[in-house]
Write a protein that binds this ligand. Sequence first.
Ligand code: GDP
Ligand code: MG
Length: 332
Amino acid sequence: MAGSPAAGGRCDELARLVAGAVGGERLAVARLLSLVENAPARWQAIGAALAPHSGAAEVVGLTGAPGVGKSTTTSALVRAYRDAGRRVGVLAVDPSSPLSGGALLGDRVRMTEHAGDPGVFVRSLASRGSLGGLAIAAAQALRVLDAAGFDLIIVETIGVGQAEIDIASLADTTCVLLAPGAGDGVQAVKAGLLEIADVLVVNKVDQPGAERTVTDLTAMTRMRDDDRRPAVVRLAAAHGQGVDDLVERIAEHRRHLVATGGLDRRRLTRAADEIRGLTLHAVRERLAAPEHQARLAELARAATAGTVDPWSAARRLLAEMATAPGEPPATR
Ligand SMILES: Nc1nc2c(ncn2[C@@H]2O[C@H](COP(=O)(O)OP(=O)(O)O)[C@@H](O)[C@H]2O)c(=O)[nH]1
Ligand SMILES: [Mg+2]
């Protein structure tokens, strides 16, 4: 494949797009993000081309159940960071449904406030197939925005289950949003959200029961035994109340990360997570190829016949996949 005219043309196109994105061309950014979303076969090339240009952005995650006010908060934060002169990227990742739409459409409408501002770029990513795939795509999309010079990137994602926590872990600072309501804190504990929170945000404090939620959450943070309990922020995003405090708490968390070496540790963990994810993804992809499926069927027959045990069969399959023809050897 390498060296064929088609591949050469695509390399040129990719190099042009990356150069364009780094130079701040919005069309190039949009095109790269579309490639990330629609062409998993090109993730490797895109990731490799972007790697030298990324790693500078500060990434803030907003996670919480649908309806707690993540998009409203994102919009309020964008406003605040723009006022502070930052260039802001927004990545809304929706793992809930392949057919998603409703929620993201709403987000798009709300974000029209920032349409036409060259210092803001908003993009949604919805789940197509595997959640693991979505996490990989989200990491690549983040790199695109980072390389394009958006120095603060907000990642908005629904917080339920393991893969979403992977997406949340793309952030340097993770804000977990809750809204007043019976049992909300308990739900957060169940979903493992408290453990990933660097800042806990009680949004909709204009609604009844907010103080109770703040009290409950503050008590729950005392159960965390690590060096740093998350701050609990009161927010009414729809009314712009508490936004400055949230911005300050995010900055405070970042200062803490930088001062303690936590930022480097997080980035190391993230790199390991990404490599692990890419490895598992590659194995799954290869296993799905017709020749390996045929081989799997053959080994299954042999296992049933008792001529090979499943462990040896798996080892053989792995070895054969590692030397699969047509796969370029790993670089970098
Ligand atoms: N009362 C009140 N409603 C809010 C507040 N923030 C957001 N909302 C409303 O909550 C609903 C869901 O907000 P949205 O940002 O779309 O939530 P998301 O699903 O987490 O992104 C919308 O109708 C918002 O207008 C707030 O501070 N107070
Ligand atoms: Mg939303």
